[in-house]
Design a protein around this ligand. Structure first.
Ligand SMILES: Cc1ncc(COP(=O)(O)O)c(C=O)c1O
Length: 428
C-alpha cells in the first residue's frame, strides 16, 4: 500500500535493499535484470528488450511461457479449490494428475508422493529408501552416487551431489555417501569392481543417479547400456535405485522419461521442473508397490512421517495435468522430433569446428565445450553470458560448457537465432 505523497519505488531499488538472490555473491555480482513479461519462448526486460529463453528457465517452461492452456487450467482450478491439507484430505486435481502420470511413467511406478521442489523430491526418495530397509529390520545406511551429479540443495540432496567448493560449510553434516565415476566404455569394468567392493564392505541402501544426462555437471551424457549394467548390479544386490529425473523428465531426452531408454527400471523417480511447466512449484517422488508396502504396518512409526504444507497443491496439480496433455499431444511430440533433428545437424557443424569439443545432443538438449579455460562463475564465463544476452538469447554457460534446452515450442527460425548467437560466441 502506498501512503499519500509516497512514490512507488522501482524494482531495482527495492531489490537492492531487501532481496537475497539464490547462487549469488552479492558483493561482486551485477544487479539482477528486472524481467517484466514472458510469452512463448520470449522473456522481456523492463527496458523492452526481448530474449529467447534458450534454457526454458532452467528447463521448466518447456511448452513456452504463459501457455494459454496452462493459464486456463490454473484459473479454472482457482475458482474451484485453491489449497487444502493433503493429510486426511484428497482432491480431484491430484487424482486426475495421478491417472495421467500412471499412463506415462514406467510401469513399475505405482505410488506418488507430492512435494514442491526438485531437491525435496530427492530428499524424500533418500528418506524413503533408508526407512525401507529400517522398516525391514535391515541396517543399510550408505548411499552410492555418481561423482559429478547434482541433486539439489537440501542436506540429503547435497550429500549425494558431487563435492562442490560451495558445500564447504556443510560437508561434515552430510549423510554417508560413496561416489563412483560415471561409466564409460573404458572404465565400466572398474566401476563394476568398485561397486562389488562397496557392496562387500558397506551396507548400501540406495544408488542415486541422473539417468543419461547429468545436468548441472555440464550436460554430461552417458551411454544407456553402461548405466544399465550399474543398475543391474544394484538390482542383484538389493540396492534401491533412485532416478533423479528432475531435469530429464517430461520429454527432454526424447522419451517422456530418460528411464524408458533403460532396461532396468528404478525403484523411485524424482520429478519436478517441467512437471508443472514452469507455472507453479510442484514435485513428486514416485515409487514401486514393493517400496510402498514396506511402510504398511500396524505400527504408526513405520509410516512415512514427512509432509509439506503445499503437498499436492490443487492449482499446481491442475496445471501439471494440463502440461501432460500438451506433452503427449501430436504437435509437441512432432516439435521434439523436429528439434532433435535440427540439433543433430548443428552438432555435426560444431564437431567440425576446432574451437569447440565434444558437441553432443540427446532429445532437445544440446551441449559442447568451448576450447577455453573458464571457471564456473568466473569473469570470462560472465562475459560470455552477457554476450548472449546482447544477442537477445538467454543461455547460461556452465563454465566453458554451452548448452541449449529451449522450449519445445521453439520454431526452426527461433532455434536458428540461438545457433547464430552460439556461432558468434565461438568466434569471440
Ligand atoms: C537433476 C536435478 N535434481 C534436483 C535439482 C534441484 O531442484 P530444485 O532446484 O527444484 O530444488 C535440480 C535442479 O537443477 C536438478 O537438475
Amino acid at each position: 500500500m502506498l501512503f499519500k505523497g509516497e512514490k512507488r519505488r522501482n524494482i531495482e531499488q527495492t531489490d537492492k535493499e531487501h532481496l537475497w538472490h539464490p547462487l549469488t555473491q552479492h558483493q561482486t555480482a551485477l544487479p539482477p535484470l528486472p524481467i517484466k513479461k514472458a510469452k512463448g519462448v520470449y522473456l522481456w526486460d523492463s527496458n523492452g528488450n526481448k530474449y529467447i529463453d534458450g534454457i526454458a528457465s532452467w528447463y521448466t517452461a518447456m511448452y513456452g511461457h504463459c501457455h494459454p492452456k496452462l493459464t486456463k487450467a490454473i484459473s479454472k482450478q482457482a475458482k474451484k479449490l485453491d489449497q487444502v491439507v493433503f493429510t486426511g484430505f484428497t482432491h480431484q486435481a491430484a487424482t486426475d494428475l495421478a491417472e495421467k502420470l500412471m499412463q506415462i511413467l514406467p510401469q513399475n511406478q505405482k505410488r506418488l508422493f507430492f512435494s514442491d521442489n526438485g531437491s525435496t523430491s530427492v530428499e524424500v526418495a533418500i528418506k524413503m529408501a533408508l526407512q525401507y530397509h529400517f522398516n525391514k529390520g535391515v541396517k543399510k545406511e550408505t548411499l552410492i552416487a555418481f561423482e559429478d551429479g547434482f541433486h539439489g540443495d537440501t542436506f540429503g540432496a547435497m550429500s549425494v551431489s558431487g563435492l562442490s567448493v560451495y558445500n564447504g560449510p556443510f560437508e561434515e553434516f552430510f549423510i554417508r555417501v560413496e561416489r563412483i565415476p560415471v561409466p564409460n566404455k573404458d572404465n565400466i569394468e572398474q566401476v563394476i569392481s568398485k561397486l562389488q567392493h562397496l557392496s562387500e564392505t558397506q551396507d548400501i541402501a540406495a544408488f542415486v543417479y541422473e539417468p543419461l544426462i547429468q545436468g548441472a555437471a555440464g550436460m554430461k551424457m552417458h551411454d544407456a547400456a553402461l548405466l544399465d549394467r550399474v543398475l543391474a548390479f544394484c538390482k542383484q544386490h538389493t540396492i534401491l535405485c533412485i532416478a533423479d529425473e528432475v531435469m530429464t523428465g517430461f520429454g527432454k531426452t526424447g522419451t517422456h522419461f530418460a528411464s524408458e531408454q533403460l532396461s532396468n527400471q528404478p525403484d523411485f523417480i524424482c520429478l519436478s521442473k517441467a512437471l508443472s511447466a514452469g507455472m507453479l512449484p510442484l514435485a513428486l517422488t514416485s515409487c514401486t508397490a514393493d517400496v510402498y508396502e514396506a511402510f504398511l504396518s500396524d505400527e504408526l512409526a513405520k509410516g512415512f512421517f514427512h509432509g509439506h504444507t503445499y503437498s499436492a497443491n490443487p492449482l499446481a496439480c491442475a496445471v501439471a495435468s494440463a502440461a501432460i496433455d500438451l506433452l503427449t499431444s501430436k504437435s509437441i511430440q512432432n516439435s521434439i522430433r523436429r528439434i532433435e533433428k535440427q540439433h543433430l545437424q548443428f552438432v555435426e557443424e560444431l564437431n567440425a569446428n576446432n574451437k569447440v569439443s565434444n558437441a553432443r545432443c540427446k532429445g532437445v538438449i544440446l551441449a559442447f565445450e568451448l576450447n577455453k579455460e573458464m571457471s564456473r562463475y568466473g569473469n570470462k564465463r560472465n562475459e560470455l553470458y552477457q554476450f548472449f544476452m546482447r544477442q537477445g538469447v538467454y543461455l547460461r554457460p556452465l563454465g566453458n560448457t554451452i548448452y541449449i534446452s529451449a522450449p519445445y515450442t521453439c520454431t526452426t527460425r527461433q532455434m536458428n537465432k540461438i545457433y547464430d548467437a552460439v556461432r558468434a560466441a565461438i568466434e569471440l
